[in-house]
Design a protein around this ligand. Structure first.
Ligand SMILES: *[C@@H]1O[C@H](CO)[C@@H](O)[C@H](O)[C@H]1NC(C)=O
Ligand SMILES: *[C@@H]1O[C@H](CO)[C@@H](O)[C@H](O)[C@H]1NC(C)=O
Ligand SMILES: *[C@@H]1O[C@H](CO)[C@@H](O)[C@H](O)[C@H]1NC(C)=O
Ligand SMILES: *[C@@H]1O[C@H](CO)[C@@H](O)[C@H](O)[C@H]1NC(C)=O
Ligand SMILES: *[C@@H]1O[C@H](CO)[C@@H](O)[C@H](O)[C@H]1NC(C)=O
Ligand SMILES: *[C@@H]1O[C@H](CO)[C@@H](O)[C@H](O)[C@H]1NC(C)=O
Ligand SMILES: *[C@@H]1O[C@H](CO)[C@@H](O)[C@H](O)[C@H]1NC(C)=O
Length: 478
């Protein structure tokens, strides 16, 4: 299945990546017909499956809610952080509300050393469950953040349900600190935080901007482009930046032009990273990802020679081998160019795609929504965290990334967001997305099998949680 994407950093415009979205541009009528037929077959297969499926909603009464035995009780503790000792001392101490509480927490810690939950930094924050929490979620309103690209403003794009905004990730063994924009900005004072990677990292970057921007007045923040691939959001009073760099494969490729990358014939230079990486040098927080762009073919095209020389000849090598070469190039660059005393490095594990397009996934019937097509019409997460889960994420790529990241000179925080995101079949932009900055037409909307975007995520939504997890890690750094 061919896929392609498009990107424009500042307007944040993108056609639906991942599945189908970009097809309209490329196909000959034959391709259209093939895709239509494929979509039709998938739909028919799903219909066949549905008769054996229990109605999803018949069990919806068992959704976790704020009840006496549920974690919502911890809400009060989150609002007044139970353990603020995970918040490292501010570099430039400022009188904030948290300060006195922080001292109290430290004091208490000396007294009761037993029976306390593990500190966030010792806790596996990626292991837990989704809890319905309409008191504290969403963390911002969609219409309060004008930095969101049309692609992710699902309500404005016509989505009727909004429950997807109201889930909070509750780690099993601890609680996440409340996201405090001002504390984060304090931590970022005179520093650069940079996301580098594909449109999922841009999704997370947009989320972060929305989480933080309301802490400063509009005239004390600004956005600018540096070259075509780097977007920089600047917080004047903090001399802090939150940046995004477009590099879908991290290394050099023929899809590195953010506004012209809709090429089906994707070619990489697995050993060439400096062209991109020079822009990452000196950043104090680096957050990387690369996954979705690898999915459209089993083999990866590797350039002979270099793009600069106009070369277009390539070899096809097995995807896993290419992924490993690329990540080794990335790891070597980090190890040689990053001072771990100055920079914290994060790697996001794969963001799952809920497209159920591969035969195995269509048949797996992981979720019982007979009227759903791909992620379309999914309005609740998968709630059973003990049931086996297979939405088709490529685990062998996960293992490659995790194993490389764990064996570097510079310690890398491997952000294990895959499983917790796999539960969120409800959180994708689906039909309430945009192509080239434009909402889908009625005709496109009538064809979810082709046009539902089950790769990107609505905002507010799941990427806010990724940022809360990142926040928890950043705030516990000394
Ligand atoms: C990632 O988190 C999931 C639970 O969310 C867990 O099952 C899995 O073992 C974790 N993987 C790693 C490598 O930490
Ligand atoms: C929040 O959820 C509870 C339980 O589902 C519900 O009773 C309540 O009406 C909801 N409140 C709002 C403001 O949506
Ligand atoms: C502002 O931040 C940059 C890093 O983004 C740093 O290099 C520079 O020294 C800072 N300026 C001041 C005045 O501290
Ligand atoms: C987009 O990139 C392709 C391949 O690099 C090139 O042939 C084409 O002319 C470019 N289109 C635009 C509008 O720049
Ligand atoms: C994951 O990717 C590897 C490497 O290309 C491939 O061999 C494997 O079949 C893929 N697994 C799944 C479940 O798609
Ligand atoms: C990092 O800091 C430690 C302790 O301050 C020091 O021993 C080490 O040499 C530093 N490493 C680098 C690469 O500067
Ligand atoms: C969750 O999944 C497990 C394992 O498949 C199953 O035994 C259990 O009954 C399920 N729980 C619910 C509430 O469906």
């Amino acid at each position: 299945m061919k896929r392609s994407k498009t990107f424009a950093a500042v307007e944040g415009r993108e056609r639906k990546g991942g599945e189908g979205g970009a097809r309209a541009n490329f196909h000959t009528p034959t391709v259209v017909i093939l895709i239509f037929l494929l979509g039709f077959f998938i739909y028919e297969e799903e219909r066949a499956v549905k008769f054996r499926a229990r109605s999803f909603f018949s069990s919806s009464s068992s959704l976790p809610e704020c009840g006496p035995d549920k974690n919502c009780l911890k809400l009060s503790l989150l609002v007044t952080p139970e353990r603020t000792d995970n918040l490292a001392p501010l570099e430039t101490p400022q009188p904030t509300e948290q300060e006195p509480q922080s001292r109290i927490a430290h004091h208490e810690e000396d007294v009761k050393t037993e029976n306390r939950p593990p500190a966030v930094e010792e806790c596996d924050i990626f292991n837990g469950e989704w809890v319905l929490d309409n008191l504290t979620r969403p963390l911002y309103e969609e219409n309060e953040c004008n930095l969101l690209s049309t692609q992710v403003t699902c309500l404005r794009n016509g989505r009727k349900d909004s429950l997807y905004q109201k889930w909070r990730w509750q780690p099993r063994d601890c609680s996440l600190p409340k996201f405090e924009a001002k504390l984060l900005l304090e931590k970022l004072r005179n520093k650069r935080l940079l996301y580098a990677g594909d449109s999922l990292n841009r999704n997370q970057w947009e989320s972060m901007l929305c989480l933080v921007q309301s802490a400063v007045s509009p005239d004390r923040r600004s956005m600018k482009l540096s070259g075509s691939s780097l977007a920089i959001f600047h917080f004047t009073d903090y001399n802090a930046t939150i940046e995004y760099y477009w590099a879908p494969f991290l290394v050099e490729s023929n899809v590195d032009d953010p506004s012209n990358h809709s090429l089906l014939n994707r070619i990489l230079m697995p050993e060439s990273i400096v062209k991109h990486a020079q822009h990452w040098k000196g950043a104090h927080f680096l957050i990387f990802n690369t996954y979705t762009w690898w999915l459209n073919s089993k083999n990866t095209r590797v350039l002979r020679g270099s793009f600069d020389e106009g070369s277009m000849e390539y070899d096809e090598i097995e995807r896993a081998a290419a992924y490993e070469r690329v990540l080794r190039t990335w790891a070597n660059w980090i190890d040689e160019n990053v001072d771990p005393n100055q920079t914290a490095v994060f790697f996001n594990s794969m963001s799952p795609v809920h497209s159920r397009q591969e035969a195995a996934i269509v048949m797996s019937n992981d979720w019982n929504n007979p009227s759903g097509i791909k992620c379309y019409k999914e309005t609740t997460p998968i709630m059973n965290v003990s049931a086996p889960l297979d939405v088709g994420t490529n685990r062998s790529m996960f293992v490659i990334a995790q194993s490389i990241a764990s064996r570097m000179r510079v310690p890398v925080h491997f952000m294990n967001i895959t499983t917790l995101s796999e539960y969120r079949k409800d959180a994708h932009t689906s039909l309430f997305s945009a192509r080239r900055g434009k909402r889908l037409t009625q005709k496109e909307m009538a064809n979810p099998a082709v046009y539902a975007d089950c790769t990107h995520w609505c905002l507010p939504g799941l990427p806010d949680t990724w940022n809360e997890l990142l926040y928890a890690r950043i705030m516990s750094l000394r």
